[in-house]
Design a protein around this ligand. Structure first.
Ligand SMILES: Nc1nc2c(ncn2[C@@H]2O[C@H](COP(=O)(O)OP(=O)(O)OP(=O)(O)O)[C@@H](O)[C@H]2O)c(=O)[nH]1
Ligand SMILES: [Ca+2]
Length: 511
């Protein structure tokens, strides 16, 4: 039969409803996605800045840190955006002319003014912490040390930043802040979240020890296994992000690598008659002369040994690693220990525990010798043989291979490599196996490993004792989850409707 003309086939009701539903569904999806995208658009950042000057014995570094203001108390949000190396001596080196210590900082303070936006200069805190060089100068002459500090204070006060103080920090603080810095940067203070319910998945301490080697002092800091400490002066207690940490720390004044070399030379000099010294810690063919008085005008040496009847020391290298190690060994006194275990000089040291991050000169020296790797640590015997081979090379050859390296640094890598091995192996007792737990670190992310970041975090109260209250989900995860749940809900409703009100178009025979 012919269809009557002019009449179109009529769309059935269920089909219409299906179309409307489909349209609404698409609209809902678009709206949800649009909402998710617009809600998660990053807001303009409110960045804060902080400046710390590390006035070390060998030189001063200025660090600029930044962090998002709204995340101030989270862990791992502060990072370094600038480091400026102050030219010339460390501030303790200006004892003859203290005003110059202040002037020496000028260039780096200007650099910080360029890095921090001008409108934030006045609110940006600046701190200066002086370490072992100034500790030694204070022991030697308190009033000169005060004059040097006054000069740097005057300089920083005249800067556009918010000056918060310049002081000599103790060896204990230096060790503790170094430990806080590396654990903060490594994310070791982050709350494990769901892992809280599975404590067996966490290591006993969850932190990394810190080894810092400066020019005039060296620090070792870690969380030991044993609960009770035998020496209160080496013990610190922290509560950070809701967790307690009992930390062991010790700072050896005079055992930074520059002072350790002086100790060694002063000890070697005792057995010479005329001031000439065949030194196994320098390359064959290397010559150096120095005033004996320079060696003795120093509290590290002045007390112990007798001044000598000659004025000049003439040193000649012969590059013999084994003998070098023997001469260095003499500066570690291991003859007495009033505790169950000691490092040297009668200082308490509990059994080494966990991983260690070694930085400053530990890193500079190992990095120069190509003994730092991101992956597995270089085994101790390989490190020893590398240092041994390096020491035996002639000075002429070494200088020709590294013409751009500062002569002071280059000439001392043999001594420094050997000293590091003596200190870690004989001083602290890192055995072949324990050596594998040391990682030599220069930077962690964009930030230098050192005490300055921990110092600033502490002084700006950026590390809370208690875990800050947090929402279980981030904003992005929350919106994502809402979108997902809504889609599932719509799909379920649609399916339900299709099942119970089966539209005619979906019934057998009609499709
Ligand atoms: N090879 C090398 N050595 C460096 C470098 N910077 C510093 N040193 C040397 O490494 C040693 C330690 O340097 P730092 O960690 O800056 O020591 P510091 O902070 O001045 O000294 P402390 O006050 O004892 O902490 C010193 O003997 C420096 O002369 C570097 O870039 N390369
Ligand atoms: Ca230092």
């Amino acid at each position: 039969m012919d269809e009557p003309k002019g009449t179109k086939p009529r769309t059935s009701w269920p089909r219409k409803a299906l179309l409307i539903l489909g349209f609404l569904f698409a609209l809902a999806v678009i709206a949800l996605v649009a909402m998710a995208v617009s809600q998660n658009k990053p807001l303009p950042k409110n960045i804060k800045y902080g400046i710390v000057l590390d006035a070390g014995s060998s030189h001063t570094n200025l660090y600029v840190y930044e962090w998002p203001a709204e995340k101030e108390n989270d862990t791992g949000v502060v990072h370094q955006v600038e480091v400026c190396k102050v030219e010339g001596l460390g501030i303790s080196g200006y004892s003859q002319d203290p005003e110059k210590a202040g002037l020496s900082l000028q260039h780096c303070v200007k650099r910080a003014q360029e890095v921090v936006p001008e409108q934030q200069h006045r609110e940006t805190p600046v701190y200066l912490g002086a370490t072992a060089g100034m500790r030694l100068l204070s022991l030697q002459n308190r009033s000169i040390a005060d004059r040097v500090l006054s000069a740097v204070k005057k300089m920083l006060r005249s800067s556009p930043f918010n000056f918060q103080g310049a002081r000599v920090i103790s060896g204990q603080e230096e060790g503790a802040y170094g430990w806080i810095t590396i654990n903060y940067l490594l994310g070791n203070f982050k709350q494990p979240g769901w892992r809280d319910f599975l404590p067996h998945l966490r290591s006993s301490t969850g932190t990394s020890g810190a080894l810092d080697l400066g020019g005039a002092s060296t620090q070792i800091t870690f969380v030991p296994d044993q609960e009770a400490t035998e020496s209160q002066e080496n013990s610190l207690h922290f509560r950070l992000y809701g967790k307690n940490y009992n930390v062991y720390t010790h700072s050896f004044l005079c055992y930074g690598k520059d002072q350790a070399l002086r100790l060694k030379l002063a000890s070697d000099l005792q057995s010479t008659r005329n001031g000439s010294l065949l030194d196994p810690c320098f390359h064959p063919g290397y010559l150096r002369s120095m005033n004996i008085s320079d060696l003795y005008t120093n509290p590290c040496i002045a007390n112990g040994e007798q001044p000598l009847p000659f004025t000049q020391l003439h040193l000649r290298g012969n590059g013999d690693y084994k003998r070098c190690r023997m001469t260095i060994q003499k500066i570690f006194n291991t003859s007495h220990c009033p505790y169950s275990s000691c490092s040297f000089n009668g200082i308490f040291l509990p059994p080494l525990q966990g991983e260690f991050g070694a930085f400053s000169a530990f890193y500079f020296v190992m990095n120069f010798l190509n003994l730092t790797t991101e992956k597995s640590p270089v085994p101790l015997d390989k490190v020893t043989s590398t240092v041994e081979t390096f020491c035996s090379r002639s000075w002429h050859e070494v200088k020709a291979e590294f013409p751009k390296v500062k002569e002071k640094y280059l000439s001392e890598y043999c001594f420094s490599g050997t000293y590091i091995l003596s200190l870690l192996e004989n001083g602290y007792g890192f055995t072949m196996e324990k050596w594998q737990s040391i990682q030599f670190l220069g930077k962690i992310g964009s930030s230098d490993a050192g005490w300055t970041l921990g110092y600033m975090l502490n002084l700006t109260n950026m590390i809370p004792a208690e875990k800050p209250p947090t929402r279980p989900l981030s904003h992005a995860s929350y919106v994502g989850l809402m979108v997902f749940c809504s889609l599932v809900l719509v799909a379920v409703l649609l399916l339900g409707w299709l099942t119970f009100h089966r539209p005619k178009c979906l019934q057998k025979g009609l499709i």
